[in-house]
Design a protein around this ligand. Structure first.
Ligand code: IVH
Length: 715
């Protein structure tokens, strides 16, 4: 049997392989249907059929007349299909304190240039998981989870089993929208959750930690019959793509969704200004215990949908909404020890090991201790916290959880401190590699200086490299990376090593991966194919995957869109140093500051780091040919006269605030920069424009006034 990934088969090998697969599939079919005695598992059968189909897709000319691909019978789903959301599914900005609600209102007013009482909706924030339902001609055609906000999982069959989700919208056909994506939360009631856990226990299965986990686990079942047996519910609270506006206000849109057949939350109310918003918050908080399902806060939304449209979005949250979370839940427990974890960027992070305790329905045994100052009783500005009490092993500490975040320690009880308790001595050397752990001026974090020689940093970088927003290699998650990192036969120490796995395994006559524990013919082949598939990678993912300090997903997107190609990006950062034209270009990107620029320059100018990057991107000159980096396109395909143009605003604008102008321009595909350079296409100058107008004149950049700008964008 050949274990070669399909991508690597020659035509001759493919022909032989198709013949073999044809025989095996026919034999398995016979055993199953005719003899009623299956010889191989469904999964193995499915793998044969998929391999057959994959080879046919690569060599269409070799397809056999008796191909199993032409036989009817749905293949068993191997995970869920992917769905690209037409309109991104966003998350919400969080607030905890009452003052933050007033600040939110002020920000909205300021952005819009208004000073009047604004109306908002306030409604419970349901603690479940979000789902997008697509209706065409009033009929449910697709259901997708949020995923990363851009691409979710296709869970249509499962969603069809939920009673609250209509298969068909209510109303006369001519009144129904041609396209409507309804968004809301799937959740489980307390009573249903308790009964489900009783059933799990009776069947000897693991109970769910809380209703949200139970809802998520129930929706994401490969077998829709399992979902059908789980009592899930759904509240609609938002929408994605619509063929015609649902209404002019948020509240009317919700009423419309209700009329179309959805459950909407009865505690949704209109509030004029922050005082009324807070009153509704308190009312919902009072009712919380009797609702019968979990909520974790209140969501406020600007009611007027035309104002929502003007406010638009930040990178992942709308400017027109705020989630006001309920205070975190607290519990007391004993601090058993402090471990130091070394992260991807070398940060030494102290972790509290706790006597397990239940906080808000979840058992907590670890909590973050942030950094050495935090343990000593100081915040990042050096100011005293917890009345200056330091945290010692053996102390009684108060743990809290706020939302999904890692538990934290709020306080400690000095009266229960043991007389021999010692102040914690924060390590000065990296516990993983022994290198000096250094604390930079003004940084609260101590970092290991070992770089790639530190095994902890190296392995964390690899985990980051394969993570979902980076290379996302199927079958190669954090756990597998850790195993390969320490593997004596097929070690993976740097990202490039991932791409030489197949060649190294093929060249090794002895222990093949397919013969190892935890692997088989199918899974080894699948892994090699999954790795090969990711050799082609979009530029933004590659930049993010490098794991450079201060360069997160959003920054990677900005850099990719600015430079478009790997070659341009590489040339730009490798030569960047304060004062150079490359530096000026890099720091002129809106959203890239000096700290990030320096971090990028450091990574590309350090010989060891640089060698690792080059090995990954351009290959090793023999069995690994390097990556195929897909150039970045501007977000969405925006058809507008300013798409792809770099625009600078200066002087005062009269029709809208600077923030709104910038947000509009970006929504139309323009890049908005803070200063004028040779790359600027357009300067929009209002009254009082100063040095930027002069710069534009000197560089020959086109200058227009606000009126002309508004005409240009068709506003
Ligand atoms: S509105 C564009 N309303 O909270 C804004 N979200 O923390 C779309 N959620 O991803 C969200 N209850 O899953 C909205 N009444 C509510 C909600 C709600 C729960 C969830 C939703 C979202 C998450 C953000």
């Amino acid at each position: 049997m050949s274990e070669k990934p399909v991508e690597m088969l020659t035509e001759v090998e493919a022909r032989t392989e198709l013949a073999r697969l044809g025989l095996e599939i026919a034999a398995a079919n016979r055993a199953y249907h005719t003899l009623d005695a299956p010889e191989i598992s469904d999964a193995a059968f499915d793998a044969l059929k998929r391999r057959n189909a994959a080879i046919e897709a690569r060599f269409p000319g070799l397809k056999r007349p008796d191909s199993s691909s032409d036989q009817v019978g749905a293949a068993v789903a191997d995970g869920f299909g992917k769905v690209a959301h037409q309109v991104r599914m966003l998350s919400l900005e969080n607030a905890f304190a009452a003052e933050e609600v007033a600040e939110f209102d002020e920000r909205v007013q300021k952005f819009l240039g208004l000073s009047e009482v604004l109306t908002y909706t306030a409604e419970p924030k349901i603690d479940g998981l979000s789902l997008s339902l697509r209706y065409e001609g009033g009929v449910l055609v697709q259901a997708a989870t949020r995923g990363d906000g851009e691409v979710g999982e296709n869970v249509t069959e499962n969603a069809r089993t939920i009673a609250d989700i209509p298969q068909q919208l209510t109303g006369a056909p001519r009144d129904l929208p041609a396209i409507l994506e309804v968004r809301g939360e799937v959740y489980m009631s307390h009573a249903d959750f308790a009964a489900l856990n009783d059933r799990q226990a009776a069947a000897g299965d693991k109970p769910f930690a809380n209703p949200r986990n139970a809802a998520a686990g129930s929706l994401r079942q490969l077998d829709a019959r399992v979902t059908a047996s789980r009592p899930l519910r759904f509240f609609a609270y938002a929408w994605g793509e619509v063929s015609a506006p649902l209404a002019q206000t948020q509240i009317d849109a919700i009423t419309r969704l209700n009329a179309l057949g959805f459950q909407t939350n009865p505690l949704t109310a209109l509030c004029d200004g922050p005082l009324e918003m807070l009153a509704q918050y308190r009312l919902i908080e009072d009712r919380r215990a009797t609702l019968g399902y979990d909520i974790d806060g209140v969501v406020y939304k600007v009611n007027d949908l035309s104002l929502q449209a003007r406010l638009g979005f930040r990178s992942s949250t709308p400017r027109w909404a705020l989630a006001h979370k309920f205070p975190a839940e607290l519990a007391w427990t004993e601090l058993l020890g402090i471990d130091i974890q070394v992260g991807r960027t070398g940060a030494l992070s102290p972790v509290a090991r706790l006597q397990p305790v239940t906080v808000g329905g979840v058992v907590v045994s670890n909590a973050t201790l942030h950094n050495e100052d935090y343990i000593a009783g100081r915040d990042s500005k050096g100011e005293v916290i917890r009345g200056g009490k330091d945290i010692r092993v053996g102390d009684w500490v108060q743990v809290y959880r706020a939302g999904d975040v890692i538990p934290k320690i709020a306080d400690l009880d000095l009266s229960r401190r043991k007389s021999d308790a010692q102040p914690y001595d924060f390590p000065q050397l990296c516990p993983e590699c022994g290198s000096e752990a250094h604390r930079e001026e003004g940084d609260s974090v101590r970092r290991c200086t070992g770089g790639l020689i530190c095994p902890a940093q190296a392995v964390e970088r690899l985990k980051h490299f394969v993570s979902r927003a980076a290379f996302d290699i199927e079958g190669l998650g954090a756990k597998q990376v850790e195993l390969f990192f320490n593997d004596p036969i097929l070690p993976v120490k740097t990202p490039a090593d991932i791409f030489t796995l197949y060649a190294r395994d093929a060249a090794n006559p002895l222990q093949k991966l397919r013969n190892r524990d935890g692997f088989g013919e199918v899974s080894a082949t699948k892994l090699f194919a999954a790795i090969e598939a990711k050799r082609t990678i979009p530029l933004d993912r590659l930049i993010f995957a490098l794991g450079i300090r201060h360069v997160g997903e959003v920054a990677a997107g900005l850099l990719a869109r600015h430079y478009s190609t790997w070659a341009a990006f590489e040339a730009g950062v490798a030569k960047a140093e304060p004062g150079s034209p490359e530096w000026a270009e890099l720091t002129a990107i809106d959203g890239v500051g000096a700290v990030m620029a320096q971090s990028l320059a450091d990574a590309f100018q350090n010989p060891a780091e640089r060698a690792a990057i080059d090995n990954l991107v351009t290959g090793n000159g023999s069995d690994y040919k390097g990556l195929v980096v897909e150039p970045a396109a501007a977000r969405g395909v925006v058809d507008s006269p300013v798409a792809g143009k770099t625009v600078v605003f200066t002087g005062s604008l009269e029709k809208m605030t600077r923030a709104e102008a910038k947000s509009r321009a970006e929504a139309l595909g323009a890049k908005v920069a803070g200063s004028v350079s040779a790359r600027t296409d357009l300067l929009v100058a209002g009254p009082g424009a100063g040095s930027k107008a002069k710069d534009a004149e000197r560089l020959g950049v086109e200058v227009i006034d606000e009126e002309a700008w508004l005409r240009l964008i068709g506003a």
